[in-house]
Design a protein around this ligand. Structure first.
Ligand code: SF4
Length: 373
């Protein structure tokens, strides 16, 4: 059974009624079971922890989340930087500034430019990179991406890909070229909303995208990062679907590190405004619920979030932060002015400043924890 079967079962589930039926004593029972991380929480427990009733239990949830995170990861935050190498895209995602309808001068970096960008990022100490493109296989074909991976492998010990969904055999080519991890967000699990915000282009295929993490894991990537873009669908239902997707992958691919991200929509030119805001309190509740549900889950928090907010939530279960990010193509060294960013970076601190903040909070910033031999 693929995750599509499970996802389909929840398309008609009445999340609102179920969430509202949960009482404080149900939350307490779930917390008692999850205390110490000795008992595995079930799917219904995740619903309980995401419910409105659980909003009054954030303090005990935070204590347990902190203990579980320290037990499984130590007091560390891994650092990475995103590297956009192309902003060509044939999709019509209504929430993204890079969509095919937005008119701006598009760019694809040459191998020499990728080399310059990679060197500039590596000079900050970063050794884990996340490589991003839009979805335009004619502009960034497999051969281009393979060559790009080989350039980046000179500088980075871990190369994660956030590119368009591919077949398993294409992923194997990139894995052999040095990529070790895959990031792919479903954006929104609610199929009706998915259809509305992906009106045209290859991304309109919900099922092909949903099964991408499984193809990546089967292709040999050691880590797979998934998530939902908060702002598109009902945040609690989306947090639940992302959580059970992560649990499904953890069970189906026990050798693969699974992690979740919590991107919230931020302002971008040519994009719609978020329909469902996830407030800071909801963000924290989601992160805590995921940690209690999956104690070994990686949790990534990007520079979409403000510096002050990232500083406050460092103790609540996060394991990975981006730092010194640029979200425009060539933004580190090639084109440093007049470029179009996919979204606005809110935490604009340098890598050194983010690393200092991590140390000042009693954690160790980790630049490298992986090497491909
Ligand atoms: S979200 Fe990705 S696929 Fe969609 S328009 Fe933006 S770059 Fe293209």
């Amino acid at each position: 059974m693929s995750f599509l079967t499970l996802a389909n079962q929840y398309q008609s589930f009445d999340f609102k009624t179920y969430f509202n039926s949960i009482r404080p004593e149900d939350v307490q029972k779930t917390l008692d079971r999850g205390a110490g991380g000795l008992k595995r929480l079930e799917t219904r427990d995740l619903l309980t922890l995401l419910s409105p009733a659980a909003e009054d239990f954030l303090e005990p949830m935070a204590q347990t989340a902190r203990e579980l995170t320290c037990r499984h990861f130590g007091q560390i935050i891994s650092l990475y930087a995103p590297l956009y190498i192309s902003d060509y895209c044939s999709n019509h995602c209504t929430y993204c500034g890079f969509n095919a309808l937005t008119a701006f001068p598009r760019t694809r970096l040459t191998m020499e430019e990728i080399n310059r960008e990679a060197r500039a990022i590596a000079d900050t100490g970063i050794r884990h990179i996340l490589v991003l493109t839009g979805e335009a296989p004619a502009k960034t074909p497999l051969s281009y991406l393979e060559a790009a991976c080989r350039v980046m492998a000179r500088y980075f010990s871990s190369i994660a890909l956030e590119i368009f969904p591919m077949t398993q055999s294409d992923y194997q080519v990139l894995h052999r070229a040095g990529a070790d991890s895959l990031t792919v967000y479903q954006e929104v699990y609610d199929q009706a909303v998915y259809k509305e915000v992906h009106p045209k282009g290859p991304k309109a295929d919900y099922a092909f995208r949903l099964l991408t993490p499984e193809r990546g894991a089967a292709a040999g990537f050691r880590a797979v990062n998934i998530g939902t873009l908060f702002g598109l669908g009902n945040p609690k239902a989306e947090a639940f679907m992302a959580g059970i997707h992560a649990r499904y992958l953890e069970q189906a691919f026990p050798h693969v590190e699974i992690s979740l991200s919590l991107p919230r929509m931020t302002r971008a030119g040519g994009a719609i405004a978020p329909k469902h805001l996830l407030p800071d309190k909801g963000f924290v509740q989601t992160m805590l619920a995921w940690r209690l549900f999956m104690p070994r889950l990686g949790i990534t928090v990007s520079t979409r979030e403000s510096a002050a907010f990232r500083d406050r939530i460092i103790h609540l279960g996060a394991t990975r932060y981006s730092a010194g990010s640029r979200t425009d193509v060539g933004g580190y060294a090639v084109h440093t002015t007049d470029t179009t960013a996919q979204f606005e970076v809110t935490d604009t601190r340098t890598v050194a400043e983010v690393a200092d903040m991590i140390r000042n909070n009693g954690y160790q910033p980790v630049f490298k924890d992986w090497e491909i031999f």
